[in-house]
Design a protein around this ligand. Structure first.
Ligand code: NAD
Length: 262
């Protein structure tokens, strides 16, 4: 992690001279996270199975570099994870920030959950962040560089939810992984934290928001009384990526309008 010469507290939040690899950057929370890190000065390596042209334009409009890679991040192996990190390094510079954001959800009663759905969710939401973190940390160790990993967790990292058994298991898992990796890598200055978003306005929650009865119920349960917007994660992401959080590791910062406190 390249830390700016510190003159004021605001400088601690700058990310100039760093590159951030953001998965699932094409839309939703990943797009907002990429733009936030770019506004703080980081070059962006955007990876997604979907189209990245639009987000690349938005990132470059912030005056930083953006490299894109269209890739299916499920069924990753240690070799393909390492290759992705090598690509990032060759394309821009060695990434010092990794945002494990790409994720999927499968809804339905546990009793009817197909094994294939279970595996697909655990694979992308938990195994992929592990393999990417492993390859990313190895590269940081090789360069003797400080680095920051941000895992996108969920309120379902703390609560079981209803009819989302694979998702809740994967998000509880990512919280455990965050803590385990943070403990191991703290001496090497590789910090590992999570952001736990509440109900955010993305395609992920479209089904909830489009059903008026369900939407009203949910909004009544959220202390802030509104859905979160993807931009609401910007401050948390820049904080956890930057020197402003130099002594913060192994934590989960919830950005949920108060949901978990209720
Ligand atoms: P989204 O569906 O809008 O975006 C997910 C992104 O991941 C998309 O760009 C998609 O193309 C990409 N992606 C999906 N499968 C992929 C694959 N196999 N390989 C590469 N990329 C793939 O969802 P979102 O709301 O932006 O969710 C992002 C993350 O935030 C997820 O991990 C999700 O669990 C988490 N989250 C979302 C909410 C919410 O309310 N929206 C709440 C808590 C946590």
């Amino acid at each position: 992690m390249n830390t700016p010469a510190h003159t004021t507290v605001m400088d601690l939040f700058r990310l100039d001279g760093n590159a951030a690899l953001v998965t699932g950057a094409s839309r939703g929370l990943g797009r907002a996270l990429a733009i936030a890190l770019a506004e703080a000065g980081a070059d962006i390596l955007a990876v997604d199975i979907g189209d990245l042209d639009q987000v690349a334009k938005e990132v470059r409009a912030r005056g930083v570099h953006c490299a894109t890679r269209t890739a299916d991040l499920s069924n990753l192996t240690p070799d393909t994870a390492a290759e992705l990190i090598s690509w990032a390094k060759a394309e821009l510079r060695p990434p010092t920030i990794l945002v494990n954001n790409a994720g999927i959800i499968r809804r339905g009663p546990a009793i009817e959950t197909p094994a294939a759905d279970w595996s697909a969710v655990l694979d992308l939401n938990l195994t992929t962040p592990f393999l990417l973190s492993q390859a990313f940390a190895q590269a940081a160790l090789d360069d003797n560089a400080a680095a920051s990993i941000i895992n996108i967790a969920s309120i379902n990292s703390f609560q079981g939810g209803m009819e989302v058994p694979s998702y809740a298991a994967s998000k509880h898992g990512i919280l455990g992984l965050t803590r385990a990796l943070a403990n191991e890598w703290a001496p090497q200055r590789i910090r590992v934290n999570a952001i736990a978003p509440g109900y955010m306005e993305t395609e992920f929650t479209a089904a909830h928001r489009e059903d008026p009865a369900r939407a009203e119920n949910m909004l009544r349960r959220i202390p802030a009384g509104t859905w979160g917007r993807p931009e609401d994660l910007a401050g948390a992401a820049v904080f956890l990526a930057s020197a402003a959080s130099a002594y913060v590791t192994g934590t989960a910062l919830s950005v949920d309008g108060g949901w978990l406190s209720r």
